[in-house]
Design a protein around this ligand. Structure first.
Ligand code: ADP
Length: 755
């Protein structure tokens, strides 16, 4: 649009500079409006042109009329074509080009109409002049509506359309023509200013519409932003609500946890201000609620201190320490303290208070019951020990003298009497066995059997066991065969006495339940970890069903009922083997015999045999023939003294001195310097232990072997005796042969300076 077109456009240009985008948009809109009005203009031309041709037909003549009509048709066609082209593809050309094309149409049409104004010069008819003036004015009025959006087009159209008419009218020079010309001029001025105002209004309204649309877009964008912000805010609120909910839940959970704790709990911060507590705490110390509200720990502690039995107030509880609070009402409260930590930072302390009254009371009654049970157990052990002692003491005399009578081959005794003595000895041995077994079983049952595991020579176990059972083979002519895989038998990890007891038991059974002139085969073998002892007999055998039963206490098989027995030997044997970490079993073919076996772990190191063990069983030892020996026996029981006298009587050049009390024993020992001392433990006055202590204190006796000789066979007593310094601990009833050999060998070793 040309810049010189008027103020409105200049203002518009200012707007355009201020807002080129808006200006462009408005320009587009105005162009669109103008193109939209093309059909109306064409229709107006199409309607008005025939009238004009008809009224002025005499002026133009046929040829001119045809040329003019053709020209007008071409302008209409041109305008129609650009209308269609614009409508079809507006973006084909720039707005400037479309504008120019539009102006071409407007100007050519205006020229067509302007020609009709000039053609009036050729007529004198006022009617034709007025008609044409009105038509041209009407066309400009119409153009006001259709061309105003493009103000410059309207101005061009009106000027080209009206100016020739104006000039023609002025040419006539008549007053009516002057008047008409001046009116036409006024009309032109009027419609051009109207058009300018309308153009501005159109421009403003378009501009306003755009601004409004923009404003709407801005509002929409703002609204979207606000909506997004709202959404964000809602999300944040939701998250916050969720966090608050979690927090609330955690708090309730913490509270519920505190409340479900059985202890009273008080939580304080580093400034000793209460931050949490549970009802148990309040109830435990009956804390007034006002005190809790003050939340000052020192005041709460003051209240707790006022409840204490002991007036000394309890200082703040140290971490990891349990403080026992004894309350006036008798309750015992245990107080603990643990630091409250977040990450590594200590933020306070958690104090727990527990009513331990019942527990502590029941602990003390439990302790009381335990002490009572221990006392009762001790009493039972003492009772067993006493009974054993009491039974063994007379048995010592019975068996001792019985054996002496048997040994003596006493010519004063007839056959019957010797048989009687033999019965006494067998019955005595049996009774002794029973006592031992009963003691063992009671010890095992009460878990009091002491086992002293050490490296034990299998050879020694085998020799000693076989020696013990051999006498019982003669009566029914049973043969004992020993088979061994070894040149030197290995050592096992076992208790020497208990292992021997187990093997003796199996051998005794194999002899006892054998047939006349049968055999007992003892086989010793080993694998990488265990030594295997196997005792095979040629007896009646045992059915497989009975394998389990025979290891149960007091169970004896019917077939063997006639043979003497108690039914606890195998029970004890099995328990002993179990305790020594071994295993035991039986295989049997009824009618052919039974094989009992046990195995014990091989010793990791080999122990040398103690000289004492050699002494006891070395039956070939030789004593110095002419040297006089003295043995002192401290014993209050005259029968036992007499028994030992009989034993010593058969050792050459040896005299026996006796003392009935410990004090007397010390006196005689000091005066006579005996070679060997045999010491009873239970003496009237001072005990055998005290006598031992006194004698051992004297250097003159440093090498003198002092044997304990006691009826107390409890293992702990034996151990005590050995630990106290006795050379060995001999148990009553003593074996006549063994005791004699022991004494002989000990004297022999003394003579040879081996002790
Ligand atoms: P006791 O021999 O004193 O009866 P044990 O506990 O040693 O007690 O043996 C239990 C039972 O097992 C015996 O009564 C006997 O019936 C049976 N028994 C044990 N060893 C043998 C054996 N070698 N041959 C046949 N039966 C045996």
């Amino acid at each position: 649009m040309p810049r010189s077109s008027g103020n409105v456009l200049e203002n518009n240009e200012t707007t355009a500079i201020a807002n080129p985008q808006l200006d462009q948009a408005v320009f587009l809109e105005r162009t669109k409006l103008s193109f939209t009005n093309i059909p109306a203009s064409i229709i107006a031309t199409f309607v008005v042109a025939p009238y004009l041709l008809y009224v002025n037909r005499d002026i133009y003549g046929a040829d001119l009329s045809f040329i003019w009509a053709g020209y007008m048709f071409l302008t209409m066609l041109y305008r129609y074509v650009i209308f269609i082209a614009f409508k079809k593809d507006m973006n084909r050309y720039s707005l400037q080009i479309w504008n120019r094309l539009f102006l071409v149409g407007v100007v050519s049409t205006a020229i067509g109409w302007g020609i009709t104004g000039s053609s009036l010069m050729l007529t004198e008819s006022l009617q034709q002049q007025m008609f044409t003036t009105i038509v041209l004015a009407g066309l400009s009025s119409g153009a006001l509506a259709t061309l105003t959006p493009l103000y410059s087009a309207f101005v061009l159209f009106t000027v080209i359309n009206m100016v020739p008419l104006l000039i023609t009218l002025l040419n006539y020079g008549a007053p009516v023509h002057y008047a008409t010309a001046s009116l036409v001029f006024i009309f032109m001025a009027f419609i051009i200013t109207s058009s300018a105002r309308m153009a501005k209004t159109i421009q403003d309204s378009i501009s306003l519409r755009f601004q409004h649309d923009n404003a709407l877009k801005v509002v929409a964008a703002k609204k979207q932003q606000t909506d997004e912000l709202n959404l964000n805010l809602r999300q944040q609120i939701n998250e916050r609500e969720l966090i608050e909910h979690h927090l609330e839940y955690s708090m309730s959970q913490l509270k519920a946890t505190l409340e479900s704790a059985t202890d009273g709990i008080l939580v304080i911060d580093n400034d000793e201000q209460v931050t949490n507590y549970n009802q148990n705490f309040i109830d435990l110390f009956d804390i007034p609620i006002t005190l809790i509200e003050i939340a000052d720990f020192s005041q709460i502690q003051g209240h707790i201190n006022s409840l204490l039995k002991d007036k000394t107030p309890v200082s703040p509880i140290d971490t990891d320490q349990v403080v026992l609070l004894e309350l006036k009402d008798g309750r015992l409260i245990e107080a603990f303290s643990k630091p409250q930590k977040i990450a590594d930072q200590i933020i306070g302390n958690v104090l727990s208070y527990r009513d331990a009254t019942m527990r502590i009371n029941s602990e003390s009654s439990l302790q009381e019951a335990k002490t009572k049970a221990e006392v009762a157990n001790k009493q039972k052990s003492e009772f067993l020990s006493r009974i054993s002692h009491e039974l063994r003491t007379p048995l010592n005399a019975i068996l001792g003298f019985g054996h002496l009578l048997q040994e003596d081959n006493n010519k004063h005794l007839d056959t019957d009497e010797r048989d009687y003595i033999s019965h006494i000895c067998v019955a005595g041995e049996h009774l002794l066995h029973l006592i031992d077994d009963l003691l063992d079983i009671s010890r095992i049952e009460s878990g009091k059997l002491n086992i002293d595991l050490s490296n034990v020579s299998c050879e020694k176990i085998v020799n000693e066991s076989v020696a013990l059972v051999r006498p019982s083979t003669t009566e029914r002519n049973i043969k004992i065969i020993i088979k061994s895989d070894f040149e030197v038998m290995p050592f096992i990890q076992a208790d020497h006495t208990r292992c021997k007891q187990a093997l003796v038991n199996l051998l005794s059974n194999a002899i006892k339940y054998n047939k006349e002139s049968g055999s007992v085969t003892l086989t010793i073998s080993a694998n990488a970890s265990h030594v295997h002892f196997e005792v095979k007999d040629t007896g009646a055998g045992i059915s497989e069903d009975s394998f389990k039963d025979i290891f149960q206490p007091f169970i004896r098989l019917k077939q063997t009922e006639k043979t003497k027995g108690t039914g606890i030997g195998l029970t004890i044997t099995k328990r002993l083997i179990d305790i020594m970490n071994g295993s035991i079993g039986v295989e049997s073919t009824p009618g052919e015999g039974s094989t009992f076996w046990f195995e014990l772990p091989i010793a990791s190191t080999v122990e040398t045999v103690s000289p004492m063990q050699n002494i006891k069983y070395n039956q070939n030892s030789v004593m110095s023939a002419d040297k006089q020996h003295t043995i002192l026996y401290v014993e209050d029981e005259p029968l036992n003294q007499a028994l030992l006298k009989s034993i010593v009587k058969q050792i050459n050049n040896t005299r026996l001195l006796t003392a009935a009390t410990g004090e007397e024993g010390i006196e005689i020992a000091m005066a006579e310097q005996p070679d060997i001392i045999l010491m009873d433990i239970n003496l009237p006055g001072i005990s055998g232990y005290e006598v031992l202590k006194v004698i051992k204190n004297d250097k003159a006796f440093s090498k003198t072997p002092i044997f304990a000789l006691s009826a107390n066979a409890m293992p702990n007593e034996i151990k005590r005796g050995r630990d106290a310094g006795f050379f060995d601990y001999l148990i009553k009833p003593i074996n006549i042969d063994n005791t004699r050999h022991l004494l002989k060998n000990t004297l022999n070793m003394i003579d040879n300076d081996l002790i």
